[in-house]
Design a protein around this ligand. Structure first.
Ligand code: PDD
Length: 287
């Protein structure tokens, strides 16, 4: 069966989907994106993702390429065409096509919209054996709250992690604090059983999974605090885990080769993942 992509108003064969060489996303990383998890044919936290897309667009003064309701329709049509049950939807909006110049185009351009889908293995409540983390200096800019396609520092950090045998990189600022992962948010559980993740500001992306997990943690009566934590504190923590639309809640069992806690998946991360999977299974199915 053909796999479709949506490119600027058309559903096209994914293999031949393309944009113009002077798309500003391609030349200048002048664009934003979203990744929405799909479970059993349902979008997880659709409204929050589209709200964040709206915020990213506003921060960069890029217009909406289509009406918000139209975007919802296109996503569903693409999911239907690609028979997407479990996986993700990727959407990207760039400022559009214009003669190369760093400043915004002076004549009106239409923002470019590209949407793709990806099938992935259905994530279940069992978190598996946990993952290893490699720390990496956070060399990004001061607007990490905007979900831009300018991801080179994240790419380099992730690659360094993979080359060391780790799954994810944790980015560490000049004070020794973990900001977030290369493509995930970072959490620890202290020896007092407190759930800690860094506060949201310009230093990290306000993850949608992070947000929903915060609500779940409150309903589970877990002690939860948003504050910076150092890499040293993380290594001595009882548990650690990451969150994102693609990994849900995934336990961390090793940081820079050192075991976290007893080196096994901890009970808090396990429970949170179960709750998140339950939460992600709700929602409206795409027919
Ligand atoms: N990444 N921090 C960064 C830097 C991210 O890129 C992401 C998401 C997150 C988690 O956000 P959310 O819970 O909304 O997925 C945190 C996506 C999945 C990606 O780039 O593929």
């Amino acid at each position: 069966m053909a796999r479709y992509a949506y490119v600027n108003g058309r559903y096209v064969d994914h293999r031949h989907a393309s944009v113009h060489i002077e798309d500003r996303g391609y030349q200048l990383a002048d664009g934003v994106y979203e990744v929405v998890g799909i479970r059993d044919g349902k979008l997880i936290d659709e409204t929050l993702h589209i709200d964040r897309l709206d915020r990213s667009l506003k921060e960069l003064r890029i217009g909406w390429p289509v009406a918000r309701s139209t975007l919802g329709f296109i996503i569903r049509e693409l999911m239907r065409r690609n028979n997407l049950r479990d996986g993700l939807v990727y959407m990207q909006v760039t400022r559009g096509v214009a003669r190369r110049d760093h400043a915004f185009p002076t004549t009106p351009v239409t923002p470019a919209l590209v949407i793709t889908t990806k099938n992935t293995k259905r994530l279940d409540a069992d978190p598996g054996p946990g993952i290893a983390i490699k720390s990496h200096p956070d060399i990004r800019w001061e607007r990490c709250d905007i979900k831009t396609v300018a991801l080179l520092p994240n790419v380099l950090a992730k690659q360094a992690a993979r080359e060391s045998g780790a799954y994810e990189a944790w980015l560490v600022d000049d004070k020794g604090c973990v900001t977030e992962g290369a493509s995930t948010n970072a959490w620890i559980v202290t020896n007092d059983g407190e759930l800690v993740t860094r506060q949201t500001d310009n230093g990290i992306l306000a993850g949608i999974t992070r947000h929903s997990l915060k609500t779940l943690a409150n309903s589970m009566q877990l002690k939860f605090v948003e504050r910076p934590f150092t890499l040293a504190e993380a290594k001595k923590a009882k548990e650690a885990f990451i969150t994102s639309a693609t990994s849900f809640v995934t336990p961390v069992v090793k940081i820079d080769g050192e075991a976290v806690g007893d080196g096994k998946v901890g009970p808090t991360a396990r429970r949170l993942r179960e709750e998140y999977v339950r939460f992600a299974s709700q929602g409206e199915a795409v027919t």
